[in-house]
Design a protein. Structure first.
Length: 165
C-alpha cells in the first residue's frame, strides 16, 4: 500500500511539473508575440514632434499679439505636450537630452500669458524663439533657424479674441 501511494504521488508530481513547463512555454510565446506587435507599433519620430512644435510656436505668436490669452495658453501647453512626447518616445535621440534648456523660456512665456502683458509676451516669445535656435545650434541643427512668423500657419483660423455676448 505504501508503494502504491508513493508511486501515485510521484506520477502526480511529474504531471504537475510537465503542466508547469507547458504553461511557461505558452506564456513565453504570448510575451514574444506581444513584444513583436509592440516593436511594430507606430511611434512618432523626432521630426514629426518638432513639426508640430513649430506649428504651435507659430500659432502662439498670433494668439499673443491678438491678446487671445486663452488660445496662447493652449498653444504653450501644446508645445509642452509635444516636447514631453519627444522625451517619452525619442529617448534614443541624442538631441532629447537638450530639451530641458527650453523649460525656462516656456515658463517665462506662461507667466506673460497669465499676466496678459503684451509687451512682456513679445519679449518672452523672442526669448523662446532664440532658445529654440540655441538648442538647434547645440544639436548641430543650426540649418533649422526659427523666426518670428509673419503669416499664420493656417488661413482658416481667426486668432482675434471674440468676446461672448
Amino acid at each position: 500500500m505504501k508503494y502504491l501511494f508513493f508511486i501515485t504521488t510521484i506520477v502526480l508530481m511529474l504531471s504537475a511539473c510537465n503542466k508547469s513547463a507547458n504553461n511557461e512555454k505558452v506564456l513565453q510565446n504570448q510575451i514574444d508575440s506581444l513584444q513583436s506587435k509592440l516593436d511594430k507599433t507606430y511611434k512618432p519620430g523626432f521630426g514629426e514632434f518638432m513639426s508640430s512644435v513649430q506649428v504651435h510656436h507659430n500659432k502662439l505668436w498670433f494668439a499673443g499679439i491678438n491678446q487671445n490669452w486663452k488660445l496662447a495658453d493652449f498653444e504653450v501647453n501644446e508645445i509642452q505636450e509635444n516636447l514631453n512626447g519627444i522625451k517619452q518616445y525619442c529617448r534614443d535621440r541624442s538631441e532629447t537630452q537638450y530639451l530641458p534648456m527650453i523649460d525656462p523660456a516656456l515658463d517665462n512665456i506662461r507667466k506673460t500669458i497669465q499676466q496678459q502683458n503684451s509687451t512682456a509676451f513679445k519679449e518672452g516669445y523672442i526669448n523662446l524663439t532664440n532658445t529654440c535656435n540655441t538648442c538647434h545650434q547645440t544639436t548641430k541643427h543650426e540649418f533649422n533657424m526659427i523666426t518670428v512668423p509673419s503669416l499664420p500657419p493656417y488661413s482658416n483660423q481667426d486668432f482675434k479674441l471674440h468676446h461672448e455676448k
